[in-house]
Write a protein that binds this ligand. Structure first.
Ligand code: OXD
Ligand code: MN
Length: 680
């Protein structure tokens, strides 16, 4: 009955009988016979394989662990399933202490105080309850090359690329290799540290669309960040009851005494980073990095990678999309989602202040959307997150005044610079917070002055702020039913050839446009340079399963009875002129493009056909008061560029999906090729 499925359970084999036995005793001493006997069943299957001589001297004859203490919370507040998972992880990781988080303000204050004392965090006295963390400079971004999904069948996870070509749509690892990789990292990894137990919900507590995770971590920074980014604490345990949850184990990978120097009070083990997803066990194990998506396991790991697998299984969509409410001057409101690759302005668009009079925009989310058709065929979306983990550089009163307002209190900043008066600073704030002639402290802790030739903030530095602090938070952002979606927008950084906006001819064409998305690389992950990378659906680093199957899943939405399919659009704010300058001013002016989308959703006949898709009929984008913008150039479709685009998408399918590309995608590509060939 109770055979524990956790991957860490198997690690017990390698960590030895003693740790497991001692934790059994620890837990059973707190709980009655039911848990103990369940554990015994589990233990015996392991006992039979572990040599007896592994007994350790620090275990008393009755099996009681002399070290692990529960310093906060009560084990009996955890369901038997959660206790069992905790037991397995304590057995393997061997923390000195266990701390069960309740999510309260007092708890946060206590943890922040502790981090300040330990040199991991410092107060930014210019604001209320704002904190600065500097990481080890070797731990600053998501590490895509060390992010793996492990399934028995490789093709479930990744499409087989063409021989000689490296797959770019996810990394697979066999269960055997994964067990080896985890076994060489997790045993004993929390020695001398505290293991925090974080119960959290992705999505409003109790929503039929939400999912619950339990993250066990040895990083108090992760606890403070998860408290902002998710709903977390005791209320989640109540909502969970004895239900199933996603198991999430995270360690910075530096047991004490530390075997390597700790830089900036930020423990990590960059050489041994692994971000492991085990969909068959509903489990995530992350080791070696404390940063962002590597360690806040509800975000990319649960809400996108495992989320997309659950979505395929259960008939919904887990996407890398913002959710925005738009009310037009007539007072009619619609909601749209938009998928842009990391660091391409999703946060800015999600809380945009429209330059067009009479419009109102409200924010439901800036990074992730879970979408599901309801019984009436309406596509509904929730934001599984409760905070913003936004890229700081470039955020300013010009680009995003609402984000600036949202981060004035209760915010954790990571790898930004500090002004002499205890405020934050980063590239892009030159006008709002002038710092000429002042000496700042840069993201590495060194003195910094404007013009010194180094960036003050790391390009992937972040603010982590509660969503409800956004001045334009949508009134329905916590609605358990989600908000109805009328349009889906794809986009990327395309300096050449791609128009400001075009609309798909139909759903399948929209899926094709998503599949062919490309964008310039950004600092959100380890890639460098301005190469144009394929980033289909802005999901390249986040697919949980075979991209060919993902495309089939998207295409299948059309077959859903009574589905009211949203219109699909593609936008590009980043087209440059011959001198390398952006043609479109962007930011608040993007409301002009959203206005066109709203009018299309409302059935207005303001489009003309083109090779790419429907383009705005000349003059149909409202440019009143816009000033000089070369609209003709913004919408020009150079034939040679589009011929190359067709070739690039075709090559991408041939190389990455030689066996798994749905026939419909190839049909769409042929149709695009034909349309392009007819261009003059
Ligand atoms: C993010 C990302 O942090 O996409 O949202 O990298
Ligand atoms: Mn993102």
């Amino acid at each position: 009955m109770m055979r524990c499925a956790a991957a860490v359970g198997r690690l017990l084999l390698r960590s030895g009988i003693q740790t497991h036995k001692r934790t059994c005793a620890l837990i059973s001493s707190f709980h009655g016979s039911e848990v103990a006997s369940a554990l015994n069943l589990h233990t015996s299957s392991i006992l039979s394989q572990v040599p007896r001589m592994n007994m350790a001297p620090d275990v008393e004859p009755n099996g009681l662990n002399l070290k692990t203490q529960i310093v906060k919370g009560d084990l009996s507040s955890l369901s038997p399933k959660v206790q069992r998972y905790l037991l397995e992880c304590v057995s393997v990781c061997r923390p000195d202490k266990v701390y069960i988080c309740d999510g309260s303000e007092e708890e946060n204050t206590e943890l922040v105080k502790q981090m300040v004392e330990e040199g991991m965090m410092k107060k930014l006295p210019k604001y209320d309850n704002c904190w600065l963390t500097r990481t080890d400079p070797a731990d600053v971004a998501r590490v895509e090359r060390l992010t793996f999904i492990s399934t028995r069948n490789k093709k479930d996870t990744v499409a087989q690329p063409k021989p000689g070509i490296k797959g770019i749509l996810g990394n697979w690892m066999s269960p055997e290799e994964m067990e080896q990789a985890l076994s060489s990292r997790f045993p004993g990894c929390m020695q001398g540290r505290t293991m925090y137990v974080i119960p959290y919900s992705m999505g409003p507590v109790g929503s039929p669309l939400s999912k619950i995770g339990i993250e066990l971590t040895d990083s108090p920074y992760v606890v403070a960040s998860m408290r902002i980014m998710t709903r977390m604490g005791t209320k989640i345990l109540k909502a969970l009851g004895d239900g199933d949850f996603v198991k999430c184990l995270h360690s910075v990978g530096l047991p004490l005494p530390a075997s390597r120097p700790v830089i900036n009070g930020w423990p990590c083990d960059p050489e041994k980073v692994i971000i492991a997803h085990l969909p068959e066990k509903n489990e995530i194990c992350s080791y070696g990095s404390g940063y962002g998506g590597n360690s806040l396991l509800g975000k990319k790991c649960l809400a996108l990678r495992l989320g997309s697998i659950l979505a395929q299984r259960e008939g919904w969509l887990a996407e890398h999309m913002l959710i925005l409410g738009i009310t037009n001057p007539e007072g009619k409101k619609i909601y749209v989602t938009a998928a842009f690759p990391s660091a391409c302005g999703k946060t800015n668009l999600a809380m945009l202040i429209p330059s067009l009079p009479g419009y109102k925009m409200e924010c439901v989310g800036d990074d992730i959307a879970w979408l599901k058709f309801d019984q009436n065929g309406v596509l509904r979306a929730i934001n599984p997150e409760a905070g913003f983990f936004g890229v700081a550089p470039g955020t300013s009163d010009q680009s995003n005044p609402n984000a600036m307002a949202a981060i004035q209190q209760n915010t954790v900043f990571t790898n930004v610079a500090e002004t002499p008066d205890g405020g934050f600073w980063w590239e892009g704030l030159e006008k709002d917070i002038p710092v000429d002639g002042q000496e700042l402290t840069d993201w590495t802790g060194k003195p910094w002055t404007l013009g010194c030739g180094r960036p003050a903030a790391h390009p992937n530095s972040r603010f982590c702020a509660p969503l409800e602090q956004c001045p334009v938070v949508d009134p329905l952002w916590q609605d358990p039913q989600g908000v109805p979606i009328s349009a889906i927008i794809f986009g990327g950084r395309r300096p050449q050839g791609v128009p400001l906006i075009y609309e798909a001819y139909n759903w399948a064409h929209g899926v094709f446009i998503g599949s062919g998305m490309r964008s310039e690389a950004t600092a959100a992950a380890e890639h460098s340079g301005k190469v144009i990378m394929h980033d289909p659906f802005a999901m390249r680093p986040f697919f949980g399963y075979n991209f060919g199957k993902y495309l089939e899943h998207w295409l299948s939405m059309e077959q859903r009875p009574a589905a009211q399919l949203p219109r699909i659009f593609h936008v590009n704010w980043f087209r440059k002129d011959a001198a390398g300058k952006f043609i479109w001013p962007g930011f608040g002016e993007n409301s002009r493009v959203l206005d066109w989308i709203v009018r299309r959703v409302n059935g207005e006949d303001c489009a003309v056909e083109s090779a790419a898709g429907y383009l705005p009929r000349p003059g149909s984008i409202n440019v009143d008061g816009l000033g000089e913008v070369d609209m003709e150039e913004l919408f020009r479709l150079p034939k040679d560029f589009w011929q190359e685009e067709v070739e690039a998408i075709g090559r991408f399918y041939d190389e990455q999906l030689p066996e798994d590309c749905p026939a419909e995608m190839r049909r769409q590509l042929d149709q695009l090729r034909e349309r392009v060939e007819k261009m003059s």
